[in-house]
Design a protein around this ligand. Structure first.
Ligand SMILES: NC(=O)C1=CN([C@@H]2O[C@H](COP(=O)(O)OP(=O)(O)OC[C@H]3O[C@@H](n4cnc5c(N)ncnc54)[C@H](OP(=O)(O)O)[C@@H]3O)[C@@H](O)[C@H]2O)C=CC1
Ligand SMILES: O=C(O)C1=N[C@H](C(=O)O)C[C@H](O)C1
Length: 250
């Protein structure tokens, strides 16, 4: 498979290594220094594009792929409110996109069990629930896309939570958690040097706590999942998510 890499940072570089190990060829790499090379002609040299850049650039990259009719795998987070337009465009124009807030197998298993657990916890309303996420200090968005997917899973399943709210914990936010209403789900974000991504769901009661946690040890799982998505999407038309690709069942 011939692959275009859009965004050649921490993720783009690992994706290049994993893709070439799997015998794919990188035919285009776009970063801030060579935006002028993001042409329809260059994109059409690829069977698929993999996009991990920034919230400010991702939409231009997706639109360029749609224009070139090249399937695009999108991992960039922090750009919400545009998904419906992109889904509609895929349906109307026969273009192809797969978006996931997190491509790792482990986190997608976590997403699945998180919803099952939230549904179960309706029977135990004396537990309150909170989501915590920790990432490296270069991360531009908060909460993480993964934390949002986890929180949406809980809000979908747990009757007493109606929406999520976020606090980015830095000095001076002490006590802010006390302003959260009972039907709001708190996502607390922490930024600590060199953390690839840790997500925890905590159900807390007066007598005990239940903690459900995923810890990424490095970025390889995210990158492998994105390359697997690029392989999976070949020959498909329309809008997909990681859920379609993993299709977990018991
Ligand atoms: N879905 C998932 O599984 C995962 C998603 N992510 C998300 O992926 C995104 C990228 O993460 P990461 O690789 O760690 O971030 P990096 O900051 O390391 O990489 C982003 C890259 O995008 C480049 N860039 C900036 N502006 C442009 C532009 N105009 N055109 C092309 N490239 C540009 C940056 O260039 P420069 O360095 O020169 O500024 C940089 O190389 C983030 O949104 C992150 O949240 C991350 C991991 C997993
Ligand atoms: O920025 C990151 O690094 C990550 N971003 C994604 C997110 O926002 O959830 C996925 C992963 O946690 C790493």
């Amino acid at each position: 498979m011939k692959i275009a890499i859009l965004g050649y940072g921490k993720m783009g570089k690992i994706i290049e290594k994993i893709a070439t190990d799997r015998k794919h060829e990188i035919v285009l790499k776009i970063d801030v220094t060579n935006q002028d090379e993001l042409t329809t002609e260059n994109l059409q040299k690829a069977d698929v594009a993999i996009e991990f850049s920034t919230p400010g650039t991702v939409l231009d990259h997706i639109d360029a792929c749609f224009k070139a009719k090249v399937p695009v795998i999108v991992g960039t987070t922090g750009w919400y409110g545009h998904l419906q337009r992109l889904k509609d465009e895929c349906e109307q124009n026969g273009t192809t996109m797969l978006y996931a807030s997190n491509f790792s197998v482990g986190v997608n298993i976590f997403f699945h069990i998180n919803k099952m657990l939230a549904k179960l916890m309706n029977n135990y309303p004396y537990y309150d629930v909170q989501v915590e996420e920790i990432h490296h200090t270069q991360k531009l968005d908060s909460p993480s896309g993964t934390a949002i997917t986890i929180a949406e899973g809980i809000v979908d399943e747990l009757d007493n939570k109606k929406e999520w709210v976020n606090i980015l914990s830095t000095d001076g936010t002490e006590g802010l958690a006390d302003t959260i209403k009972a039907d709001q789900l708190l996502i607390e974000s922490f930024r600590i040097e060199n953390v690839p991504g840790t997500h925890t769901v905590v159900y807390d009661s007066e007598v005990d706590s239940i903690e459900f946690k995923h810890t990424a040890h490095n970025r390889n799982g995210f990158a492998l999942g994105a390359v697997l998505a690029a392989e999976w999407v070949q020959g498909k038309k329309g809008f997909y998510s990681a859920k379609d690709m993993f299709n977990f069942s018991l």
